[in-house]
Write a protein that binds this ligand. Structure first.
Ligand SMILES: Cc1cc2nc3c(=O)[nH]c(=O)nc-3n(C[C@H](O)[C@H](O)[C@H](O)COP(=O)(O)OP(=O)(O)OC[C@H]3O[C@@H](n4cnc5c(N)ncnc54)[C@H](O)[C@@H]3O)c2cc1C
Length: 350
């Protein structure tokens, strides 16, 4: 018998595996990769700044502190480099943006914004920087696919490749039973598919479909992420990821012509060099109504847990949340209030 059964094979399950192992919580994982593809297609960028409002992202200091500790440690013991701290170059469209940048760099965002305004081409080739640009620090990207592959290689004997069938879950007083697996508790990390989980389908997700391109081009960003109403992420070999679209209401993970056109328009607004599209991909982000994660215990069945709602920011928030969740389980600290699934208990019909 293990402590946990973890259901899912995405970023949330992957991060949780490391924190469980570090806290001597034993676990089995049951899942398949392709039932939801958000983690497989994600660019993996973390950005502590919300550009639209030029504000700090939710708990940005704590979340970045924990991610800078967690991912490098997880990376040791993996064969590939998955953790890439990089600056983000934010190109300005209007003069007011420059003034706001200077102001914010002097107060609320001083940890994350370089106060300097740049106009030089140092290291840049083919990027649209006519209005100048600023630099975001403590940002970067995780190779999410590489992280999942490395994590699953490490914990391979814990993983069962199988679609989880909720109707086969048996709840007993002191344990849960799923086919031949016995565990004290079960944690669902199913991404947007939680809407099909009979125990947690009342959790109000507001999933956002996203599409993303991989292109090849001679554009140069000097290894940095370029952002101008879209992002251009260098991934090596003249390849870049360009993204991303957001659309609500459509629950298929297939690429669309409209998504492709929007991404091409974003590309053309960022770079002046020629490019070729290598790939277009789509996934559904498990976002919630209030844009906060959903973590915690089922209102009626205490052995059932949910770890979900990572939305568009899984890479940045998953490490801190997984640590908090594991500490809560071990009765070491309360859950982060804004993330606690308790806020939605009134929606549970019994
Ligand atoms: C286009 C796009 C770009 C993105 N870019 C970024 C980015 O730059 N930075 C960032 O932080 N985030 C980004 N995201 C969001 C990011 O992908 C999510 O925050 C995160 O990956 C969600 O991880 P998850 O494990 O909760 O969900 P998922 O990735 O959806 O994983 C759920 C897993 O559970 C499995 N599963 C579900 N139900 C079952 C079942 N019944 N049986 C077996 N297995 C099951 C699924 O197959 C999957 O493996 C992006 C998303 C998209 C779509």
């Amino acid at each position: 018998m293990t402590d946990f059964i973890i259901v899912g094979r995405g970023l949330s399950a992957g991060v949780l595996m490391h924190y469980c192992a570090a806290h001597n919580i034993t676990f089995k994982v049951i899942g398949v990769h392709e039932l939801s593809r958000s983690s497989l297609v994600a660019a993996g960028i973390w950005n502590p700044v919300v550009f639209k409002r030029m504000t700090k992202s939710w708990r940005a200091e704590e979340f970045t502190d924990e991610l800078f500790r967690f991912y490098p440690e997880a990376e040791r013991g993996m064969n590939t480099k998955i953790f890439h701290p990089r600056h983000i170059i934010r190109a300005f469209n209007q003069a007011q943006e420059v003034e706001l940048w200077k102001k914010k760099a002097g107060d609320e965002l001083d940890l994350f914004l370089d106060p300097e305004i740049y106009s030089d081409h140092g290291g840049l080739h083919g990027c649209m920087i006519n209005g100048g640009y600023g630099i975001v620090k403590r940002a970067g990207n995780l190779d999410v696919r590489g992280f999942i592959a490395g994590t699953e290689e490490k914990y391979r004997e814990h993983i069962t490749e199988e679609v989880f069938d909720h109707s086969q879950l048996q709840l007993e007083n002191d344990k849960v039973k799923y086919k031949q697996h016995l565990a004290s508790d079960i944690v669902f990390c199913e991404g947007y598919r939680v809407s099909e989980n009979p125990f947690f389908k009342w959790v109000p997700l507001n999933p956002a479909k996203g599409e993303i391109l991989t292109i090849t081009s001679d554009v140069e960003t000097g290894g940095r992420i370029f952002n101008r109403n879209g992002f251009l992420l260098p991934v090596g070999d003249r390849k870049f990821r360009v993204g991303a679209t957001f659309s609500w209401g459509e629950m298929t993970e297939t690429e669309t012509v409209a998504g492709g056109a929007e991404l091409q328009a974003k590309t053309k607004a960022m770079i002046s060099t020629n490019y070729e599209v290598v790939r277009q991909e789509a996934g559904i982000r498990p976002a919630t109504l209030d844009l906060r994660p959903v973590v915690g215990q089922h209102p009626r069945f205490a052995r059932l847990w949910v770890f979900n709602g990572l939305g568009a920011k899984g890479v940045m928030i998953a490490p801190f949340l997984a640590k908090n969740f594991v500490h809560f389980y071990l009765k070491k600290e309360p859950l982060v209030r804004e993330a606690d699934v308790k806020r939605y208990y009134h929606l549970y019909g019994g």
